[in-house]
Design a protein around this ligand. Structure first.
Ligand code: SF4
Length: 77
């Protein structure tokens, strides 16, 4: 009995850790759909000239539509 526990306990811990990491990465991944462009603010031919559009799965320029735009004020006008 004790031998079985020492065999299955590490396997169970590794499986639980792998599941937790999978859930964490799925929850924190970029984009909502299959492709990043689906909810990217630049997803139009005029705003994005990348060849990956509209089926990018990784993109350093990705910005979600829901992300608030940074307002800039002109000084001295
Ligand atoms: S910036 Fe990247 S994610 Fe956004 S539309 Fe262009 S290719 Fe797609």
């Amino acid at each position: 009995m004790e031998g079985e526990l020492s065999y299955w306990l590490p396997i169970g811990l590794v499986a639980a850790a792998a599941s937790a990491l999978t859930l964490y990465s799925a929850w924190h991944r970029k984009g909502r759909g299959r492709f990043l462009c689906d909810d990217c603010r630049f997803n139009s031919p005029t705003d994005c000239l990348k060849v990956e559009r509209p089926m990018a799965v990784s993109c350093t320029s990705y910005r979600p539509i829901s992300e608030p735009k940074v307002e800039t004020k002109k000084i001295g006008s």
